[in-house]
Design a protein around this ligand. Structure first.
Ligand SMILES: CC(C)(COP(=O)(O)OP(=O)(O)OC[C@H]1O[C@@H](n2cnc3c(N)ncnc32)[C@H](O)[C@@H]1OP(=O)(O)O)[C@@H](O)C(=O)NCCC(=O)NCCS
Length: 164
């Protein structure tokens, strides 16, 4: 049974130890980087919600949901994809290489959307997600939840949105 729990002092090291296949590493920031980004987002216009993904009592993956205001991107002098502004995003999702292909990614996506629908930052119209064009596993997974590419790019990643 897959469930998500907030990152805390107990599970953070298990999350940092999770591994991807060599050819997947460039698809997603390291979990250490993501947790640092979540910490440094505190007090900014981006709210980040990092989670450990559990199969029963075992940590098998990492998930980060964000709620973004445009101002967050202004820090970098960049224009955000319009789908990001005042909307939720599933900004990180990964399953450890040992546990891929067992339905855990799909269950994690469902857990992310269930969390978003508790509206932790208020009601929003869209959930945004982005991926490298060659990341077929991610593209197929997101499309199966109804995410549709909207023609925007986030740096070199394709943007897709789901109407909530
Ligand atoms: C993407 C990822 C999270 C999927 O997790 P997973 O647990 O392996 O996925 P699941 O077993 O739940 O499979 C769900 C769906 O994903 C798609 N999928 C998964 N692996 C796939 C592959 N190798 N090729 C094509 N589609 C694939 C399929 O649509 C699959 O549905 P199906 O089983 O009905 O065909 C995982 O591959 C991963 O961690 N990848 C590296 C990190 C990454 O790319 N994260 C996303 C960044 S945008």
């Amino acid at each position: 049974m897959i469930h998500i729990e907030k990152i805390d002092a107990k599970n953070v090291w298990d999350v940092i130890d999770l591994k991807l296949k060599r050819e997947q590493k460039h698809f997603v920031a390291s979990n250490k980087t993501s947790i640092i980004q979540a910490y440094t987002a505190i007090g900014t216009a981006c709210s980040a919600f990092p989670f450990a993904v559990y199969n029963d009592k075992k940590v098998v993956g990492f998930l980060m949901v964000c709620y973004n205001e445009g101002a967050f991107y202004e820090i970098y002098g960049e224009v955000p994809p319009s789908a990001l502004v005042n909307n939720y995003s599933i900004c990180r999702i990964m399953i450890d290489k040992k546990y891929q292909g067992r339905g855990y990614g799909r269950a994690t996506m469902q857990a992310a959307l269930d969390f978003i629908k508790t509206w932790p930052c208020g009601v929003a119209e869209y959930c945004e997600i982005s991926y490298e064009p060659e990341n077929k596993a991610a593209k197929n997974l997101y499309a199966s939840f109804g995410f549709v590419e909207n023609g925007e790019m986030d740096c070199d990643e394709v943007v897709a949105v789901l109407k909530l």
